[in-house]
Design a protein. Sequence first.
Length: 405
Amino acid sequence: MGATTRDRTDSRKLFAAAGISQLGDGVRTAALPLLAVALSPTPAAAGVVGFAGTVPILLFTLLGGALADRHDRRTIMWRSDLLRGVVVGAFAVWVLTTAPPLWALAAMTFVLGSVGAIFDNASSSFIADLFGPDPADLAAANGRFQVIQLISFQFLGPPLGAALFAVSTGAPLVLDAVSFVIAALLVLAIRTRHDPARPDRTATLRADIAEGVRWLWRQHGLRLLALELGLANLCLQMGTTMLALLIVHVLAAPAAVYGVVLAAGAVGGLLGSLAAGAVRKRLRPGTGLGLSIGLIACGLLLAGVAWSIPVLAVAYALGAFGIMLWNVQAVVIRQRLVPRALMGRVTSAYRLIGWGAGPVGAALGGVLGTVLDVRAPVIIGGVVLAASLTLVPRLAALETTGTVQ
């Protein structure tokens, strides 16, 4: 009974840390594009900041997966949160005292993305450490984290961030820094530990990373899933990088409206998460994933031609609905196929392929927005993603791949 009580206490601390940290992340997510536009109201500036925040995925995701399999994941998590709190806090002081150059904002975003890449792999693996191998417990825990993310990161954070930015450009960063520190203290108080049982402790990090990459690349269905995710993220980053400019300059809306549009996306994401179970039961994997991609593409296309804020909000909600449908189905497939001993490294390799295209999309969006028009990257992203539907039927092979022993 004592162990059960301890586990429940630890889980509450982890959920609380996730909620507080996600709230701060949501506040920062809304504030950073607005700050970039305030410092330099050009598509190129938005692209630079978006690129700086996403390129660490290319550089540190594989390292994060190997570290998560080698070291105590709880320690990685609280130290990462504390470091990010210090970085954001220092930058908040700078913003409150003077206007920093755009390169400083990009550098801060790069540091946060780098540490976040390490944190994310440790966090996703730590859930299994805390909630054990039982599939029902893991499903329930992941479901709670998904709800926490929707409420804190998407519902509450963005409107609060945009509102705070309207009051003071540095206020959202102060709140984000405080949230990181509180989350670090909560994770530090968790007593559950991860003792990695590695069969070969003399193996190098490079060898560990290579093992996970090789395993993923040999699984044709899972590899295609990662590639399709990469294309989707490229197209999404092309479009979302322009969102703040589209709202503030093209549609001439106040900065606070940016948070409202993000909140509309949260509503779509919540509805998508509620519908995901029914979609997964009624449709084959290829059909369900194709539906997800189609909805995301439609959301981008509608956003690209949006003539008012309500239309843009509907487009953002539609895309978020499709994203959540994809996420739920893809996670179930990946968890079913990947061996537990390789989970951290294979997940990091999957994320590198799936998320690594994000920096390219952010940079490409900035270039296209500068050369053509702010709407152009959004529309082009929707067209390219719609064209990728021709690849989705091949994902039906995942239905018969079976569980890897």
